[in-house]
Each structure stands twice: as structure tokens, then as C-alpha cells.
Design a protein around this ligand. Structure first.
Ligand code: ACO
Length: 381
């Protein structure tokens, strides 16, 4: 990865470069651990709620009961979006859901009383509003593109349950709500991932939070970052039957093609987030009487075991796609669900960046020509 060119040490892709310190999250790649503000992701996934984990990430400590009550109320009260935002969504409804979300967040900036304010308090207030409104934008768009009216948020439901309700039109049961909450918790933050880095770069110029989140969302959309869950489900559908797994993988390996849902830029052991979604996928498949997808993916996982010796292990996207699929969520919305979870992660990292800011401005080594002679356009051959 590191190349020596004319005495300049190039670190392409900024791999292994530490550019800042953080107290938000720690990805320990060699042993497959993920820590949010000192707490193991497994403890948070099993015992916490998304709202409580968001509080932890943006405030830096676990809330007391009254702090959590207040925080949950502020999230609930901020869920609704203005009719002008719905109009914007209608006018771009045929675009990819992530493009609609990016546009929707830009539009939110036009109506936020704190948009230009970059103090810690203002960023926190905006962060709560944007976190609350991202699910509403995603769900409103999905309804509108299907010829339906958006559903107003239901204050009796928590963040995860209300998102599923606004998206699918039915109040989810307790297990499904809990599973979606877990999914959101494990996707919330992940060290210097590409989209959080993009959000930090924007914030480091003292651009506002809406702008930083738009940069994050635009970056998350790329298939090397947020798009693999969709690829995994496409693979499962292509395989079609557990009996076809071996032949499918052999053909892929022969062509040296990557298997979606395996490998990670940092983890060399199993991605700790995968465990919770594997179990969720199993339970959901059992409950729905649809064991086929779980069986196919389990067989893929088993057949891919030899790759673990090279550090290519299962990642979070391998199981999240099947959970979304079983919940009846269309594949082009999989990345948007990732965004619902990751936006408060951007807020936590933007707050950190602002609180101890330094403009992020690396160098590019110029390797082009230097002494070209300008030829007027009419004289060029
Ligand atoms: N299937 C087969 N081989 C793989 C896979 C895979 N999924 N992933 C990596 N490899 C192989 C590469 O072909 C390469 O082999 P080579 O050295 O013989 O050329 C070697 O492992 C190293 O690959 P790199 O791309 O250098 O590894 P890196 O750590 O940079 O890649 C990445 C990480 C991009 C995630 C890669 O593993 C991949 O493309 N995986 C499939 C897509 C995917 O699941 N993405 C989701 C990531 S998780 C997330 O973003 C939430």
C-alpha cells in the first residue's frame, strides 16, 4: 500500500494513517471487537436501545432515566417533516432513495433555525432533529414513489418501530421492533469509515452540520461502502436453493470474483456486528416460515470458512440484507436503512471535530508534467 516516489511517502487510500484522536468508537480489527465510548457493541446490542445508544454517542455517557426520557421526547417531537420537504421529495421521487435522502437533508437546512450556527449546542440540537427526520424522509419517499401518501409519525412507537411503521404501513410487533433497533445500534458508528471521514472533512472547514451530513450520505451510497447488503441478497436470490451454493461459489472463485458480505478493510476476524443480525435473520426466517434464505446464507458462510485463514471473514452486510428482505423492505432501500443508523454517528464525529477542530487538508503528490507551453485553441492540431 505504501509507495516511495521521489522521497514522498504515499499512503494511498490513507490506509493506516491516523489523522485525529477519537473517543466515539474503536474498531479492533484483528480480534473483531467494536466499542462505542468504552462499551462493547455486544452489550449495547443486547441491552440498550437505539435512542439510548445515540445519547451515549452524542453526549459521551449513558443517560440517567430522566435524561433518556427527555432525549426520547425530543427525538419523537422532531420526527415530522414540513410540507415543503414533502414537496421536494415528490419532485425528485424517481431518483435513487439515497439521492432523495441527500436532497431531503439539504432541503431541511433551508428551514432549520440553527443551520449556520456551528456551536456545540446548536450542532447537538440540529443533530437530534436530523436524526429524527431521516427515517421520516426515507419512509415518505418510499410511500410517495408507490403512489401513497406519507404516514405521519406515531409517537407511541420508538425510533425503530416508528420507522418500520412509516415505511411499511403496519405497526411492527415487539420482536421485529427490537431487531430493527439492534440493526440500527450496530450500524451507528464505525471509526474512520469513509462517510464519517467525509462528514469530518466538511465539518473541519466549519461548514454546518447539514452540509457535513450530506457529504456523509453521498459517500455512504458507494457500493464499496454501504451497498454490499443489497449485493448479498442478490447473490442469495441468484443461488436460489441451498443445493446450488457450492457450484455458485466455485464458479465465482474460478473467475476470482469477490463474494459479497465477506472481507473488510479493518476486520481480520469476524465482524462483531454480524452475530446479532445472523441470529435476527434466523429467528425472523423461522417466524415467517421462510427458512430458505437463512439456509442458503448459512451454507455460503460455511463454504467460505477456509477464507478466514486469509482474514476474509463474514461482515455485517452478509446478514443485514436477509433481515431487510424478510421484513419486506425493497433492496434499493437497504443503504437508506444504513443511513438512518449512521447519521447520529456523523453527528457524534462532527461534534468531536468541531470541539477540537483542525482543517483536514492532506497533500496530493503531483506527478504530471510541469513545463508545458500554452498553445491558443486555434493553433492546436
Ligand atoms: N471475496 C473473495 N475474495 C476477497 C473478498 C471477498 N469478499 N474480499 C477480499 N478478497 C481478497 C481480494 O481479492 C484480495 O486478494 P488478492 O490479494 O489475491 O488480490 C485480498 O482478499 C485483499 O483484498 P483487498 O480488497 O485488498 O482487501 P480490503 O481489506 O481492502 O477490502 C473490501 C475490503 C473492499 C470490503 C473487500 O473485502 C470486498 O470487496 N468485500 C466484498 C464487498 C463487501 O462485502 N463490502 C462490505 C464491507 S462492510 C461495510 O462496508 C459495512
Amino acid at each position: 500500500m505504501t509507495q516511495q516516489i521521489d522521497q514522498v511517502e504515499l499512503k494511498r487510500g490513507l490506509r493506516d494513517v491516523y489523522f485525529e484522536t477519537t473517543e466515539s468508537s474503536n474498531v479492533i480489527g484483528d480480534v473483531g471487537r467494536l466499542i462505542y465510548r468504552g462499551y462493547d457493541i455486544h452489550d449495547l446490542a443486547e441491552h440498550s436501545s437505539f435512542e439510548e445508544t445515540v445519547f451515549l454517542m452524542v453526549q459521551g455517557h449513558l443517560p440517567t432515566r430522566s435524561e433518556l426520557d427527555l432525549f426520547e421526547t425530543s427525538l419523537r417531537e422532531a420526527r415530522a417533516i414540513r410540507p415543503e420537504i414533502v414537496d421536494v421529495i415528490r419532485s425528485v421521487k424517481d431518483a435513487h432513495p439515497m439521492d432523495v435522502l441527500r436532497t431531503g437533508i439539504s432541503a431541511l437546512a433551508a428551514f432549520d433555525p440553527d443551520t449556520e450556527e456551528v456551536s456545540h449546542e446548536a450542532t447537538l440540537r440540529k443533530g437530534i432533529r436530523i436524526t429524527a427526520q431521516v427515517p421520516t424522509i426515507v419512509a415518505a419517499h418510499h410511500r410517495i414513489r408507490n403512489g401513497l401518501d406519507p404516514l405521519p409519525p406515531d409517537p407511541s412507537l420508538d425510533h425503530a418501530g416508528n420507522f418500520l411503521y412509516m415505511l411499511l404501513g403496519e405497526k411492527p410487533d415487539e420482536d421485529t421492533t427490537r431487531l430493527m433497533g439492534k440493526d440500527l445500534i450496530v450500524h451507528l458508528d464505525h471509526g474512520s469509515n469513509a462517510s464519517s471521514f467525509a462528514a469530518r472533512v466538511a465539518a473541519s472547514t466549519l461548514a454546518d452540520l447539514h452540509g457535513a451530513i450530506v457529504a456523509g450520505i453521498a459517500t455512504l451510497k458507494g457500493p464499496l461502502h454501504g451497498g454490499a447488503a443489497e449485493g448479498v441478497m442478490k447473490m442469495a436470490l441468484e443461488i436460489g436453493d441451498v443445493a446450488n451454493v457450492e457450484a455458485y461459489l466455485d464458479a465465482k472463485h474460478e473467475k476470482h470474483e469477490r463474494i459479497m458480505g465477506f472481507g473488510h478493510a479493518v476486520y481480520r476476524a469476524e465482524d462483531p456486528r454480524a452475530r446479532h443480525l445472523r441470529e435476527g435473520s434466523r429467528l425472523l426466517a423461522e417466524k415467517q416460515g421462510q427458512p430458505k434464505w437463512f439456509q442458503i446464507l448459512s451454507k455460503v458462510e460455511e463454504e467460505m470458512r477456509p477464507f478466514a485463514e486469509r482474514g476474509i471473514c463474514v461482515n455485517v452486510d452478509f446478514w443485514s440484507g436477509s433481515v431487510y428482505y424478510l421484513l419486506g423492505i425493497p433492496e434499493d432501500l437497504f443503504i437508506s436503512i444504513f443511513a438512518v443508523a449512521r447519521v447520529p454517528g456523523y453527528v457524534a464525529q462532527v461534534l468531536e471535530q468541531q470541539d477540537n477542530n483542525m482543517l483536514i487538508r492532506p497533500q496530493l503528490q503531483y506527478v504530471g508534467p510541469t513545463d508545458m507551453t500554452y498553445v491558443p485553441i486555434g493553433e492546436r492540431g
